[in-house]
Design a protein around this ligand. Structure first.
Ligand code: ADP
Length: 388
């Protein structure tokens, strides 16, 4: 190669050009310049700082139209000579993972970007100028606001449900309490012992039912707003199941129902004792409640991967398919009398589900009408090496 014939002529930029270059370099706004084919020719210092890049050379030649962050419509608009503005989430970890270029930044940042075509005096495109601004803080505030709005809306719906349950379900027992006590007071001297006893029994059962309903509603609503104390500890599930069965012995004996267990191991779980006892109590008392005299209830525990699955199976009345989908949902709550006319609140299973959600657990049911039901819940098995 004849170097002599190829004399390089260095043109010193005019003072005017130098001025514009300094403005470009020192602009506090990140600016990228692209040629008419959309290839990056230069990026100023603010742009390099924004993307954590040391030297513009590593990104020179970058294809604007191959940028996965650029929405397809923006490409069409820019190529048609229009200016566009868009926002995107920029994943610096992906840049590192794919080894696109070296960057000192990490995580996901939100950017706002303006692309403007640059035209010459004749109006022909000669390139593109791109301004990028980081809007991570604004975006995070927006995300937080949206989350809070959703939570507020949820709390509002929850509050509405709470009041509608109170209005409907508490009315009946109070009607009974007020009606019967009024009747007894008005006819006090003329009532015989048997009628008095019957009236008092009705009042007592209505008051007990109203109290239970209110108690469950309060636990449920406290749970909704995160006010229930959650004190997890290492529990032995076998012991918990045996203790809860012992407490339910009375109602099982009354209905001549045999409660058996099949729990081979002492599955340890890291859980809140009150909540787990409530779940077990609800499932076991339901099994007894919805099983005919002389029936059977079996509580079993097995492990499945890192979880323990506890099942409470009965050979009672079972649940129809249309009811099955409603029993864990507050707005579709169902309430069936037990086989000995035991009253329920229709909130027990909803509480079970809420409590299990808190433990990363799950609950589901298999049932066929007339044959029986099997409620199963799972909990992560406690592993010693895990930090608690
Ligand atoms: P309740 O206090 O009414 O028992 P739950 O939330 O515990 O409230 O149960 C909701 C409904 O699910 C019950 O009213 C009943 O219809 C049905 N159910 C629950 N457990 C059983 C079961 N073991 N067998 C049949 N039906 C059941």
């Amino acid at each position: 190669m004849n170097t002599k014939s190829k004399k390089i002529k260095v043109i010193d930029p005019s003072p005017e050009n130098k001025k514009y270059m300094r403005i470009f370099e020192q602009s506090p706004i990140a600016i990228e310049l692209y040629d008419e084919n959309g290839k990056l020719v230069n990026a100023n210092q603010s742009c390099l700082d924004l993307f954590g890049i040391e030297n513009a050379d590593v990104i020179k030649g970058f294809d604007l139209f191959a940028d996965p962050n650029l929405p397809p419509q923006a490409i069409i608009d820019v190529q048609a000579g229009k200016s566009v503005k868009y926002e995107f989430a920029f994943d610096f970890d992906r840049v590192k993972e794919k080894k696109l270029y070296d960057t000192s930044r990490e995580g996901i940042c939100y950017m706002e970007c303006y692309i403007n075509p640059i035209n010459n005096e004749e109006g022909d495109p000669t390139g593109y100028i791109v301004h990028v601004t980081e809007i991570t803080e604004r975006k995070q505030a927006e995300i937080l606001l949206k989350k809070q709005a959703t939570e507020l809306q949820y709390l509002n719906v929850t509050k509405d449900k709470f009041f509608s349950i109170i209005a409907h379900d508490l009315k009946n027992p109070f009607n009974a309490i007020i009606g019967f006590s009024d009747l007894m007071l008005k006819n006090f001297s003329s009532l015989d012992d048997q009628t008095l006893h019957k009236g008092l029994t009705t009042i007592e059962s209505a008051a007990t039912h109203a109290y239970k309903l209110l108690e469950n509603l309060l636990i449920w609503s406290r749970n909704q707003i995160g006010r229930n104390t959650y004190n997890p500890e290492i529990l032995n599930l076998k012991t918990r199941i045996e203790e809860v069965i012992k407490m339910a012995e009375g109602s099982a004996i009354n209905k001549d129902i045999r409660v058996t267990t099949n729990i081979r191991k002492n599955y340890p779980v890291f859980a809140d004792k009150n909540m787990i006892d409530t779940v077990l109590r609800n499932l076991i008392s339901n099994a007894i409640k919805y099983t005919h005299k002389g029936g059977k209830v079996k509580v079993s525990a097995t492990s499945n991967n890192n979880k323990v699955e506890i099942s409470v199976a009965d050979n009672g009345i079972g649940i129809s398919p249309d009811k099955l989908s409603a029993i864990f949902e507050i707005d579709k709550r169902t309430n069936t009398l037990g086989t000995a006319d035991e009253q329920g609140t229709g909130l027990g299973l909803i509480l079970c589900k809420d409590f299990l959600d808190k433990h990363d657990g799950q609950i589901w049911v298999e049932s066929s009408p007339g044959k029986g039901s099997k409620f199963i819940f799972s909990l992560p098995i406690y592993e010693k090496q895990k930090p608690v």
